[in-house]
Design a protein. Sequence first.
Length: 353
Amino acid sequence: MKKIVKQVVGIDVAHKELVICLGKMFDDWTPQIYDHKSFANSTKGFLALLAWVKKNTQSETDLRFVMEATGVYHEALAYFLNENNHAVSIVLPTKISNYARTLDTKTVTDKTASEAITMFGLERKLTDWKRPDPIYKDLKQLTRERDQVVQMRTMAKNHLHAEQSEACPNPESIKRIKKQIEFFNKQILQIQSEVRALIKKDNRVKNTTDLICTIPGVGLQTAVTVLAETNGFELIRNKKQLTSYAGLDVREKQSGTSVKGKPRISKRGNKFIRKAIHLPALTTIRHSDRYKAIFARHISKHGIKMKAAVAVQRKILELIYTIYRTNKPYDPTYLNNQGAEKLLPEQTGSRPS
């Protein structure tokens, strides 16, 4: 009789629903999907989920809960499972989507997504998820709040411009819009003050942000956003994985001589990181000789400015990770001294002390 050596609960997380799939691996390394069910994405649903899983799995065999990092909707469940001493793994969405393409599945539903997550958990050796560092969690909330306030301020400024451009503008409307903009400016300053206060409380984070800010064009807001959105690069093992997580990886479809799609960035990743890197890239293109050269080189290949700017964004993001890993400030003469373009080889492992 076959023996079960591994059990996985694959979870496709949505705003209000959890689609669950149970799978097991036998000692002859054959996987099996054997049950499905849906639960509410709430505390009541979490309790019902655990009861159902306990009833349909073997207590003497290791059990792991696997889910994607889907925005913030998975966080409550991850915290709940962690508090109840269950093994939890949270996987980058790009890993699951790439793996799902290798399966013989023609339809894409919540059920098939949960099956792909389960199979991924059965076939791969996954690491345990750890709770985010409280400071990174707080910084993420603040940076995202600031991003929303900036968007509202931009809308108000556009509204003000439209009102002032009319033939007969309403003075009272203009006054109210200006008050809105003033209010948003105060909120942004308040959030920035809270971010600085948080960073000052943690010497480790302060040292890291100070080092990252030595990169030309990169300021405190960019450094904090990248650190907060990656939880201090907790899930990141190399630069390629980081660019994929941010959605700055290049996707290209080509087959023989008849099929040749245009290469483009996937945008299937963290939009907050992409937004944070956008302005620093434009700044370095203007003021840094190194990035001017990178931009010009890409322009000479295809003549598309935005595509060349994305290449610079990737370089800056990789450089941020490099500085985090090496714990050394940006050195503008490094390439001249080393005679090589890459600052750090692609490798895995923990950050040097």
